[in-house]
Design a protein around this ligand. Structure first.
Ligand code: GLU
Length: 220
């Protein structure tokens, strides 16, 4: 078990996400990472090891500017703990970022299908298959985030809590869930997603559990 934290709002996202991930450390993990939208593109930093490594790499989040982002602590199920297998995972164009807790049971079948369509893979994770499947439907649906996520998730067997960002939708982060914990919350300044309330209780006590198979659209 491991964790997800996401934030979109008026504050700098990276320090909030690092703080939230630190509250989820008790769940156990082997690596950590973040994706932050800087106004033009999605930047990612990720590293195997303790959250401290990611904190040092980003100077406590200071070096990743932006008011929306998603973060992750990973408990490897598919692919060894490594920098490259750490989340977030992205499509080849670097325009969609995904953090995932859970297991995609039919990932090999989906990977074979996407490989036939010309997609290439850089990691050994099941999660990279999910982001590339979303990317596949994103192209097919004329860049419609909700449509692409719902079509992709209908093809996935297994469990997932997901935080998702699209470069083309800068004011939004998305959350979706099936059989893995995920909650969303809100305050005057923005919105949060997390595996557990402890990650953002100090910012907001207004929250609810993401319903199974729902896709949440979170805006500032
Ligand atoms: N199955 C995914 C992986 O191995 C996610 C693991 C997790 O829940 O952190 O990368």
């Amino acid at each position: 078990m491991c964790g997800i934290v996401g934030y979109i709002g008026t504050e700098q996202a990276a320090p909030i996400i690092l703080d939230g991930l630190s509250k989820l450390e008790y769940r156990g993990y082997d690596s950590a990472g973040m994706a932050i939208f800087d106004g033009e593109k999605i930047n990612t930093k990720k590293a195997v090891g303790r959250l401290k490594v990611l904190e040092n790499l980003t100077h406590g989040g200071e070096s990743m500017k932006g008011t929306s982002g998603i973060g992750h602590t990973r408990w490897a199920t598919h692919g060894a703990p490594s920098d490259i297998n750490s989340h977030p995972h992205m499509n080849n164009a670097g325009t969609i970022a995904v953090v995932h807790n859970g297991i995609i049971e039919n990932y090999q079948e989906l990977k074979d299908h996407l490989t036939q369509k010309g997609y290439t893979f850089y990691s050994e994770t099941d999660t990279e298959v999910a982001v590339k499947l979303i990317a596949y439907y994103y192209e097919k649906t004329d860049h419609n985030p909700l449509e692409s996520m719902s079509r992709a998730l209908l093809r996935v067997r297994g469990s997932f809590a997901l935080g998702i960002m699209f470069k083309d939708r800068p004011g939004v982060i998305y959350a979706a869930r099936k059989d893995s914990p995920l909650i969303v919350g809100q305050n005057e300044g923005g919105a949060f997603i997390a595996s557990d309330l402890t990650a953002f209780i100090k910012y907001s006590k207004r929250y609810f559990i993401v319903p199974e198979y729902a896709i949440m659209t979170m805006t500032a």
